[in-house]
Design a protein. Structure first.
Length: 127
């Protein structure tokens, strides 16, 4: 199940973004995963980043694996490149999903994660 809520004034294509999440989860063998995706403003993501990561700054995406097949992704659209907004939104969403599934920026996972992210992004925009 994928829930997507937009608490900002930015226009987001919910059905397109849900399709991306479903596709990534399926390809990663995690079709039963429950994912919540919320679009929030910079002040909200900064507050959450400070609380959970001890970083007092806004960021584009935060991911949480709450265990038992449930993950949460927060995206701050005002931290994304406006000229490529749709692609940037898809990129950080895919990045967040991969983090929820356990990929990290480590030497072990970093390259593999980036390759998967790029592949899933290309696939999302195939016509």
């Amino acid at each position: 199940m994928i829930e997507l809520e937009n608490f900002t004034n930015y226009e987001v294509d919910k059905s397109f973004l849900k399709k991306i999440v479903k596709s990534v989860l399926k390809k990663e063998g995690e079709e039963e995963f429950h994912m919540s995706v919320n679009f929030v403003d910079s002040s909200e993501i900064r507050k959450i980043n400070k609380e959970y990561r001890k970083k007092d700054e806004a960021t584009d995406v935060l991911s949480f694996d709450w265990q038992d097949g449930f993950g949460e992704i927060l995206i701050s659209p005002d931290q994304l490149d406006e000229e490529n907004f749709e692609e940037e939104t898809a990129r950080v969403l895919i990045h967040g999903v991969l983090h929820v599934l356990g990929y990290e920026h480590s030497k072990k996972d970093g390259k593999k994660m980036k390759e998967k992210e790029n592949g899933y992004l290309l696939e999302a925009f195939k016509k």
